[in-house]
Design a protein around this ligand. Structure first.
Ligand code: CP
Length: 433
């Protein structure tokens, strides 16, 4: 695995294996797996869970991390391409990201939606532009339209709760909120339920339909996994027999970029605050999920959040284990070939012998053979190894190209799904190099 921008970039089996690794890391700590490795975390937006769980997870694996919050102790950063930088930003991400990548073995970036241009946010333009100049493994810490780490942690939580993947009844419900919130979590959660093959119902009032691109990605994933997707504004119908109610607010795509008009649309919807009555027709053991942070008495009543249905704290805890699995996959020191100058042809993961390569990125190819399209340039003895311990800055350009090719090869595995949302097509590969 070379990066995590969206769960859609991984095969469903690869997602399940990441969750399995998360469970193993929880049960059997590997406190030296990432010794000497550094994770850089770039937060354009606030965080409690993502920031703390990545730093804690990196420490638990023996590595370290640093955090940059642009404009708060470090320079404000410009993300837009081609602008004359005569505003607040002193530096552009086109320099800042490669600079930070030189200090770190992997980067994580959080950059929320701009909230003005729906098409640009659905395409994740700003995040993709930053990914394109990142020469080390990159993790999406929540972008305009995706939050794969949240989805991965929630996948683990659903497994632990015994909610069936195939056929489990999952309701993603809109909830009231005083502000128009981003689409990243609902898009990622709908995708998660669909990838698992669940019976997904998106419950929302009129005007708050998720964008067609989001629904289409979910439908395609569900079709592959044997699940179903429907949407309704009828609360009773949606929740009949539900095993999970996942609440989240999001802004109306119909009034995107117009907060005043959006506020009018939601003005009469304060009763979209989850209380116990919502569960009347649900499965008696129906769980309440939310990504947090959550506003009590606004999105959900205390009686639910403090009651036995709520698994929100468990969800937050599982973020750490799931992300540790991601970090492990991206950064764990690999077999002898990894430091032997044999290109990307490493074999196996130290301390993780049960796993072989699982996402088709050819890391299991014999060193120096150049086997497979991704490692085609990796067969020259002496080429800097992607996983080498002493990867120097000059090697980064070659590494970046290999990272991009590997990532694109992974994307090509799920072209129909990824083409819908923010995942570049194979023809755009130059843009990632
Ligand atoms: N769920 C989530 O991403 O939480 P934070 O915004 O606190 O990181």
């Amino acid at each position: 695995m070379k990066r995590l921008l969206s769960l859609g970039e991984l095969r469903p089996a690869a997602v399940a294996e990441l969750v399995a690794l998360a469970r193993r890391l929880e049960q059997r700590p590997q406190p030296r797996a990432l010794a000497g490795k550094v994770l850089g975390l770039l937060f354009f937006n606030p965080s409690l869970r993502t920031l703390a769980s990545f730093q804690a997870g990196m420490s638990r694996l023996g590595g370290s991390s640093f955090v940059i919050s642009p404009g708060q102790g470090s320079w404000a950063l410009e993300t837009r391409p081609g602008v004359v930088m005569d505003g607040a930003a002193a530096e552009h991400v086109r320099e800042a990201i490669p600079v930070l990548a030189g200090y770190a073995d992997a980067l994580g970036i959080r950059a929320f939606a701009g909230g003005q241009d729906l098409a640009a946010d659905l395409a994740d333009d700003a995040f993709r532009a930053m990914a394109a100049v990142c020469p080390v493994p990159l993790i999406n810490l929540e972008s305009a339209i995706d939050h794969p780490c949240q989805a991965l942690g929630d996948w683990k939580t659903l497994d632990e709760l015994g909610v069936p993947a195939a056929g489990g009844r999952f309701v993603l419900s809109w909830a009231w909120h005083p502000k128009a919130l981003p689409l990243a979590v609902p898009a990622a959660v709908a995708h998660l339920a669909a990838l698992r093959g669940m019976e997904l119902t998106v419950l929302r009032p009129e005007g708050f339909e998720l964008p067609p691109e989001v629904m289409e990605r979910a439908r395609l994933a569900a079709a592959r996994a044997g699940g179903t997707v429907r949407e309704t504004a009828d609360r009773q119908e949606a929740l009949a027999g539900a095993e999970v109610l996942y609440a989240k607010s999001w802004g109306s795509p119909r009034r995107y970029g117009d907060p005043a008009a959006e506020a009018e649309l939601r003005a009469g919807l304060r009763d979209w605050c989850v209380d116990e009555s919502w569960f009347a027709a649900a499965d008696p053991a129906c769980r309440f999920m939310h990504c947090l942070p959550v506003r009590r008495g606004v999105v959900v009543r205390d009686e639910v959040l403090d009651g036995p249905r709520s698994v929100v704290v468990r969800q937050a805890h599982n973020r750490m284990w799931a992300q540790m699995a991601v970090l492990h996959r991206l950064l764990a020191i690999r077999g002898a070939a990894a430091t032997g100058g044999g290109g990307v042809g490493a074999t196996g993961y130290a301390g993780d012998g049960a796993y072989d390569d699982y996402d088709g990125d050819n890391i299991g190819a014999p060193a120096g053979t150049g086997a497979g399209s991704i490692t085609g340039t990796g067969g020259n003895p002496g080429t800097a190894g992607v996983t080498g311990e002493d990867r120097g800055l000059p090697a980064m350009a070659a590494m970046a190209a290999m990272e991009a090719m590997a990532a694109l090869a992974a994307l090509e595995e799920t072209p129909e799904i990824n083409a819908r949302l923010a995942v570049p097509a194979a023809g755009e590969r130059e843009g990632l190099a």
